[in-house]
Ligand binder design. Sequence first.
Ligand code: DER
Length: 227
Amino acid sequence: RALAAAKSAAGFQAADMVEDGMVIGLGTGSTVYYMIERLSARVREGLHVTGVPTSFQTAMRAREYAIPLTTLDDHPIIDMAIDGADEVDPHLNLIKGRGAAMTREKCVAAAAFQFIVVVDEAKVVSRFAAPVPVEILPFAVTPAMAQLRGLGCRPVIREGVKKDGPVITDNGNFIVDCTFPSIADPAGLEKAMAEIPGVVESGLFCGYANKITVIVGNEKGIKKITS
Ligand code: DER
């Protein structure tokens, strides 16, 4: 299918940008999965790389594909983070968190010199429209949601699909998906969300543009976007 080909093209290109000896961030999601597959083949060909996984899912997939793992304790600064995104705007701000992994993903992206974002072309938008996922401490979810409403959104606690009740993140928290009519100032909104007591992290990734390379895949191949 065209979408799979687009994701695969982007993921494979990112894997081919990894240099021998690098410590990289292993993002979460279906596009990064293609990167893991290609990186695994390069490891079998002799590439030396270790990865910091951003979720249980990615750690399990990396182990399945024999990619050596490490931690931010051992490598507080890493060479390159490779991750997906839900939307990319013209300033290379991102919305992430469809997979509820954005808290650890943001820690890893912040620790990296280079941030490679792999997307299919449908994710490149002129302005954000996707809901902003927010990770919230269950203890404070009700007052925090009231404050999020005060920022102009409709917040909804994310319910599990194969689990009754709310999704629980790898960190033991809830995800609240916040739908805004429009987002005029993503960086300002990211900061405002971060100040709400009980908010652990949001899926707005702003201010990384200087180190981001977006690899956009379509069925014909890839193009790269940098700031
Ligand atoms: O949850 C996440 O942050 C993922 O990176 C998500 O934003 C992209 O996942 P996808 O590659 O499966 O669309």
